[in-house]
Write a new protein. Structure first.
Ligand SMILES: Cc1cc2nc3c(=O)[nH]c(=O)nc-3n(C[C@H](O)[C@H](O)[C@H](O)COP(=O)(O)OP(=O)(O)OC[C@H]3O[C@@H](n4cnc5c(N)ncnc54)[C@H](O)[C@@H]3O)c2cc1C
Length: 337
């Protein structure tokens, strides 16, 4: 079934709660429904959207939002150790993680409580606590809006990187609508608990089950991140900047210690949250927008009524302050529409 609304208020459909309208909003339940939609007949441009948890609408959207409500989850046994899980792109990501953990399957537990849909998870290559979804994706099925044909990609074809994929490449963006994702899960314990807070919690002891890891991840996230039900945000607003060894040495010379992660090729990743805090902007409030007190990487709609202009002004202030203090350019992780 297809449901269509014109001049649709997106305020309740994006986690930042930006009160903007789109010219047309369409929900579809199946791949065939999607295929029956004639893209050229719709207000342009087209935007695929899940729960809008990685988007900042900067103004009214003149085109059509396409929302997948393709909802299925189906296991396929592949031997004693492995299970494949096929899921529709409209499934809520955390509902999928909850199910796999309850079923005793390993692979997704570190990615618990991330807002959004299964389809967008494959676009974003979502990640948390040392795991990225590309580590468990086997393949992705799409509808090609240009040819109206079904396309199946293997994980190796999807050019996954840090919060990046083929679907974000401007050459392909808007062309492929993800309809389903195939995930490779393990019956054999494969805990990934070597990262940050999880390492501290388990202290080197093997967790009893994926559910045990999930509950710890949920506990850690609830302390650090705003609950989308009560505070509007889009999670981490900025990407963590990557600098050369020389640039890092220059920055580090001014501090007793600088948190960092060493990358291949002598590059160094510095937490943007630390830089924002050093600029004195942790908790800063500008009109309805603010830097989240518990995690400065997150910008929030503090009043519940913040406008896109207020969020954009705070974003600009942070970028300018980090540039002036460290000579480093911050780039938003949140997609601006
Ligand atoms: C409180 C909070 C915490 C967060 N924590 C994390 C975290 O730990 N790790 C992390 O990686 N992210 C995190 N995020 C960001 C966000 O949850 C993810 O990026 C999520 O995958 C977005 O899902 P969505 O359904 O809301 O997608 P949207 O924001 O609606 O869309 C994201 C992108 O996917 C595209 N898209 C959506 N559906 C489809 C489809 N069917 N076909 C093709 N393209 C599509 C959109 O066009 C857009 O480019 C967090 C966000 C919030 C609000």
């Amino acid at each position: 079934m297809i449901r269509r609304w014109d001049n649709f208020d997106l305020g309740g459909r994006n986690t930042f709660r930006m009160r903007v309208c789109c010219a047309c909003y369409i929900e579809y339940d199946t791949v065939e429904d999607l295929r029956s939609i004639e893209p050229c007949s719709l207000p342009q441009p087209l935007l695929c959207m899940g729960e809008g948890s990685n988007l900042l609408f900067t103004r009214d959207f003149p085109g059509t939002v396409l929302r997948s409500c393709i909802n299925y989850m189906k296991y396929f046994d592949v031997g004693a150790h492995e299970v494949l899980l096929a899921a529709g792109s409209g499934v809520k990501w955390d509902a999928l993680v909850a199910k796999t953990c309850a079923d005793g399957l390993w692979g997704l537990e570190n990615l618990s409580l991330i807002p959004g849909t299964v389809g967008a998870a494959a676009v974003q290559n979502i990640g948390a606590y040392g795991v990225e979804v590309k580590d468990v994706i086997a393949g992705v099925t799409c509808l090609d809006l240009q040819t109206r044909g079904k396309v199946a990609f293997k994980v190796g074809e999807l050019r996954y990187g840090y919060r990046d994929s083929l679907f974000k490449d401007p050459a392909f963006k808007g062309r492929y609508v993800i309809t389903g994702v195939l995930l490779r899960l393990s019956r054999v314990p494969r805990p990934r608990i070597g990262y940050g807070a999880l390492k501290e919690v388990f202290g080197g002891c093997a967790p009893a089950s994926p559910e045990a890891v999930r509950q710890e991840v949920i506990g850690i996230r609830r302390k650090k991140l705003p609950d989308p039900e009560s505070i509007g945000s889009a999670g981490s607003f900025f990407k963590n900047p990557v600098v050369s060894a020389l640039e890092f040495a220059q920055i580090a010379s001014g501090y007793e210690s600088v948190p960092h992660f060493l990358l291949d090729g002598g590059l160094v990743k510095i937490p943007a949250a630390w830089m924002i805090e050093q600029c004195g902007l942790k908790g800063a409030r500008r009109g309805g927008a603010a830097v989240y007190e518990n995690q400065p990487l997150v910008l929030i709609n503090a009043s519940g009524m913040a406008t896109p202009e207020e969020i954009l002004a705070l974003e600009g202030e942070i970028i300018g302050a980090v540039r002036a203090k460290f000579g480093v350019e911050l780039h938003p992780e949140v997609e601006h529409i």
